[in-house]
Ligand binder design. Sequence first.
Ligand code: AP5
Ligand code: ZN
Length: 214
Amino acid sequence: KRLILIGPPGSGKGTQSPIIKDEFCLCHLATGDMLRAAVAAKTPLGIKAKEAMDKGELVSDDLVIGIIDEAMKKPSCQKGFILDGFPRTVVQAQKLDEMLAKQGVKVDKVLNFAIDDAILEERITGRWIHPSSGRTYHTKFAPPKVPGADDVTGEPLIQRKDDTAAVLKSRLEAFHRQTEPVIDYYSNKSIVAQLPAEKPPKEVTAEVQKVLSS
Ligand code: AP5
Ligand code: ZN
């Protein structure tokens, strides 16, 4: 399957992705993770992306489209994929459609993580990440067995630089202004499925499975 996950910051895209990936054996591309890796490695791409990311603004379409174009060439991405955090503008969505049209394929489903903004601050400010695996925890909703440490490796957890209440405000604004139109873009193609993203993770997973098996 060719899937897109859309939702505001903290709506649970990264939490559900690995589960969908394991079950449907797809390639998983998260532009946010790829950009953070580039920033950490101080690559030319990372240096260009950092300023916008720190402010909670979107990185330029050209940069992200370049990353996706490159990553989609991987053999594991030929039969299907999950895109987490891309496309985030209508220009990105149009470009993706063009890329897929060249291969004679289309996006099958867009999972819309629908959730009220008011819930997101608590989710974002309580999030902790194991940097090398990407495993995500939450102080209240998904606490690690040992506080501050990864369950599998015992290594320390970190917080994302943009996970503050102040930066979240800009991220939400970018979502409403630039990414919500992408949901309309796909609604017009009748491929959007709504997920009740405010429910506990397991219930969201069950909904995802229902949508994907139908
Ligand atoms: P990106 O990394 O994509 O961040 P985001 O969209 O803001 O989304 P998050 O990763 O914050 O949220 P999530 O939905 O994955 O939440 P999670 O599952 O971890 O982008 C970062 C930046 O990169 C952007 O601001 C931009 O600058 C740039 N960028 C990326 N892609 C771009 C693009 N295409 N174009 C331009 N710029 C781009 O969950 C959050 C927390 O809640 C966790 O602690 C989790 O444990 C907990 N949780 C999850 N689900 C539940 C639940 N159901 N109940 C209770 N708690 C839950
Ligand atoms: Zn994420």
